[in-house]
Design a protein around this ligand. Structure first.
Ligand code: HEM
Length: 412
């Protein structure tokens, strides 16, 4: 193409960077089905939360000190009391870190409910699951940074899990910590992971997640297989009413901005009035390796998996169960043997399965927070923990393949 005298700034840019074509490919001719509901806004809300975490994180890291003798005060004194609005950036960061898991779970279970993980959408699912694991690592490494009691003891318990690896377990724990107990080298390496390596990898995987949506396209409320080329033609030729698709911009994003607006009201209500739920009171005491807290538990979003770790009575089996539970959702596209892409309420057996899984996860989460040696409604908490852990695996690895194989047979 010949460079010629430009008619304006955009034309000048277009001649050099093909911005018009880029905008067409990325937004104005990227087609989204019309028949989707508010649950499809979760992806954009997640992106917004991720940006909020990055921006507030940049502000916090200007004053944070990754040193076990300084970290606690740099957070609880410098940032919370001395730096102008430091408390606000910290509250936004902590609340966003917690709420992002709520939205990740809604986004993931929406995908399960509508079968958005199969028939060409497997890569969207796998990159999404990778995002879940990476966000878990990001949350865990961030939790350690204030070096309070819970930071120290969570670091101790979680790094200790690697001790169960056969033959090299003890050496591995020491290697990860850089010491015999979590101490300065542990804090500085987790600081590096939290502010540098993991955010970089997260950015790359988010781009892969978006890219993997491109060819199979976003699913829709009824699971209808839309011919996107035909429908896009209709839209472009002016028949916008009958076309089953709308462009990403302005059609889809403009509506998402409305959902982001509603979400922000809820979010800033939490930041300003309910921020305590995102910060454990025990963590306002400096980390002390000689004083074990009475009851150690993780943040709410890890409780279901933590309960599976505790629920299985044998230590090694519990660890294996914990690890398998963490990655079990990766296998969803293959554990679901049926080709049907439809909302769960149109798939009888799957519908029952879905809600049983939800109930089981809620029970695991509740009991993950209660002391293992307590009693609830006359039943030992540990017995409930064991039963709901076994139920989790039975639902995923036994019930799901059976129900969906039967569905496949009856669909023939
Ligand atoms: C912070 C991390 C994530 C971000 C920023 C993100 C972003 C998005 C966006 C923008 C969409 C398109 C619109 C929508 O359906 O909401 C999407 C779709 C999707 N995401 Fe995520 N996502 C994330 C995590 C996950 C996780 C953990 C999973 C679970 C495995 C997942 C699975 C999916 C699936 C299956 C779709 C396709 C939905 C459909 O076709 O209807 N994502 N994601």
């Amino acid at each position: 193409m010949q460079i010629h005298k430009s008619t304006g700034f955009l034309d000048w840019l277009d001649q050099r960077l093909a911005v018009n074509k880029l905008m067409k490919v990325l937004v104005s001719e990227y087609w989204i089905p019309k028949n989707i509901n508010f649950l499809w806004a979760m992806g954009v809300i997640l992106t917004t939360l991720f940006v909020l975490l990055l921006v507030t994180g940049f502000l916090l890291v200007m004053y944070y000190k990754p040193d076990i003798n300084l970290a606690f005060d740099s957070v609880n004194m410098t940032i919370m009391k001395e730096v102008e609005y430091g408390w606000l950036w910290r509250h936004i960061h902590a609340v966003a870190a917690s709420v992002i898991f709520l939205i990740i779970y809604i986004h993931t279970f929406t995908a399960i409910y509508y079968g958005s993980y199969k028939k060409g959408r497997e890569m969207i699912w796998l990159s999404g699951m990778l995002l879940f694991i990476l966000f878990s690592a990001e949350a865990f490494s961030g939790y350690m940074l204030p070096w309070g009691q819970m930071s120290f003891w969570a670091a101790k318990v979680i790094t200790q899990l690697f001790g169960a690896v056969p033959f090299i377990g003890d050496a591995l724990v020491e290697w990860i910590r850089g010491d015999y107990i979590p101490s300065d080298p542990t804090l500085t390496r987790f600081f590096m992971l939290h502010v540098c390596l993991l955010p970089l990898v997260l950015l790359v995987v988010i781009v892969i997640h978006f890219y993997s949506l491109r060819i199979p396209h976003v699913n829709n409320e009824t699971g209808e297989e839309i011919d996107f080329e035909v429908e896009a033609e209709k839209y472009l030729s002016g028949d916008k009413k009958n076309a089953k698709v709308i462009p990403f911009w302005p059609g889809f994003l403009a509506k998402d901005f409305m959902y982001i607006g509603f979400f922000m009201i809820f979010f800033f209500y939490l930041v300003c009035f309910q921020f305590n739920f995102a910060m454990d009171p025990i963590n306002f005491e400096p980390g002390n390796h000689l004083k074990t807290p009475l009851h150690i538990y993780p943040e709410w979003y890890f409780l279901w998996e933590y309960e599976i770790l505790r629920g299985i009575p044998s230590e090694n089996l519990g660890l294996i169960a914990f690890a398998v539970a963490g990655v079990s959702l990766f296998f969803m596209p293959w554990l679901d043997r049926s080709d049907v892409v439809a909302p769960a309420h149109e798939r009888k057996g799957f519908f029952v399965w879905f809600w049983l899984l939800m109930i089981d996860l809620v029970v695991l989460t509740i009991f993950g927070k209660l002391p293992a040696d307590g009693v609830t409604l006359g039943i030992d908490n540990s017995a409930i923990g064991f039963a709901s852990s076994v139920a989790f695996f039975a639902l995923f690895f036994v019930a799901l393949p059976i129900i969906t194989t039967l569905e496949k047979r009856s669909a023939k």
